[in-house]
Design a protein around this ligand. Structure first.
Ligand SMILES: [Zn+2]
Length: 152
């Protein structure tokens, strides 16, 4: 085996687009998502800050499939927001979210990196979004954004 093959097997950031499975802690909720883990991010929004954002990645809705647990999830969304997060009713783990941010291409699903099977989150490189200020047009960057707005 060459070093390159070994890297892509060991390092999910180098594996390209792949279909992964994941789920909550107790096993009630299971999903499948086709994503590229070279593209993972964290966010400074008020929700992500309180939850302790371990990183996420987004995909078009059709690249996500709930395998199990439709009845076992409960959703949370800030009043008036089109973006929601889904939690297992039993163990409380947030596995995925859904939303619609026109600046980012419209409807999407997202998954919480820590809920993926057999993926070591420490091997990934995170980009940071300024979600706290809905500053999506600024794009993501390699260091966290401050709580104080950097745009007027
Ligand atoms: Zn659970």
């Amino acid at each position: 085996m060459t070093q390159t093959q070994n890297d892509s097997q060991q390092n999910p950031a180098k594996a390209g687009v792949r279909t992964y499975t994941g789920g909550c802690h107790c096993g009630a909720v299971r999903y499948e998502a086709t994503v590229n883990l070279a593209d993972v991010s964290r966010c400074n929004c008020t929700f992500c800050t309180k939850y302790g954002d371990g990183g996420s990645t987004s995909m078009k809705p059709e690249a996500f499939r709930l395998l199990k647990g439709q009845e076992d999830v409960t959703q949370y969304a800030r009043k008036g927001s089109p973006n929601s997060r889904s939690f297992c009713k039993h163990c409380g783990v947030m596995c995925f979210g859904a939303g619609d941010v026109p600046e980012l291409g419209g409807a999407f699903r997202s998954i919480h990196i820590g809920t993926l099977d057999d993926v070591d989150p420490s091997l990934l490189t995170y980009q940071y979004w300024d979600g706290r200020h809905d500053n999506w047009m600024a794009g993501s960057r390699s260091s966290p954004w401050p709580f104080q707005a950097t745009v007027s």
